[in-house]
Design a protein. Structure first.
Length: 198
């Protein structure tokens, strides 16, 4: 164990463990990575991990929380910069498309994780993944509601499907995949919803 690892304690150690687990889980899948690999990479004793995360599922939930926090921080930062409702929605779709087409992107961490866990075996993990999707749905409905379109909830749900599809397929294509059509398809859906009101 190196001097640097020995000095990492408390919240800093917890953050380090979550960061390492997030990287390993995302690259290899949650089930493929044991806690032994996490502590080896962190350079700490297994007891240090168990102090913060008594069960592996606790670590998985912490990783999902970290990803959730980062996603919504980006959403909120984008919203602050764009007060106009349509410009704001376009800007949200823009950074999500950029994320989905990023080199090395491996798909939505929430969808990937949910696919690994049976609802009966680890309901709390599936519920945490669903909570992220529920929040996306809520925020999309809020965003489309400000557009003055009659069937704004329906539009939001369609945009939700497009976003999740882009984030999911984005991880399958190294370049030039269908995720690059997110903004274009969303614009078509928004235009069609607006036209239906006329």
């Amino acid at each position: 164990m190196g001097e640097e690892s020995k000095q990492v304690r408390g919240q800093a150690l917890r953050d380090k463990l979550v960061d390492i687990a997030a990287e390993l889980f995302y690259a290899n899948g949650v089930r493929a990575v044991g806690v032994d690999e996490v502590v080896r990479r962190a350079g700490v004793a297994k007891a240090s991990l168990y102090r913060w995360f008594p069960h592996k599922n606790d670590l998985v939930l912490a990783v999902l929380q970290r990803r959730d926090d980062l996603f919504w921080a980006q959403w909120d930062a984008t919203a602050v910069r764009r007060p106009d409702p349509r410009e704001q929605l376009d800007a949200q779709l823009s950074w999500i498309e950029d994320l989905a087409t990023l080199h090395g992107y491996r798909g939505c961490a929430f969808v990937n994780t949910a696919a690994e866990f049976d609802g009966d075996e680890s309901p709390e993990i599936r519920e945490r993944c669903l909570a992220h999707e529920d929040e996306l749905r809520r925020r999309l409905r809020e965003a489309t509601g400000r557009l003055g379109i009659a069937e704004s909830d329906r539009l939001a749900d369609r945009l939700h499907l497009v976003i999740v599809g882009a984030l999911t397929t984005g991880g399958l294509y190294p370049a030039n995949g269908p995720a690059g059509e997110l903004r274009s398809l969303a614009a078509d859906l928004i235009a069609a919803a607006g036209a239906a009101d006329r």
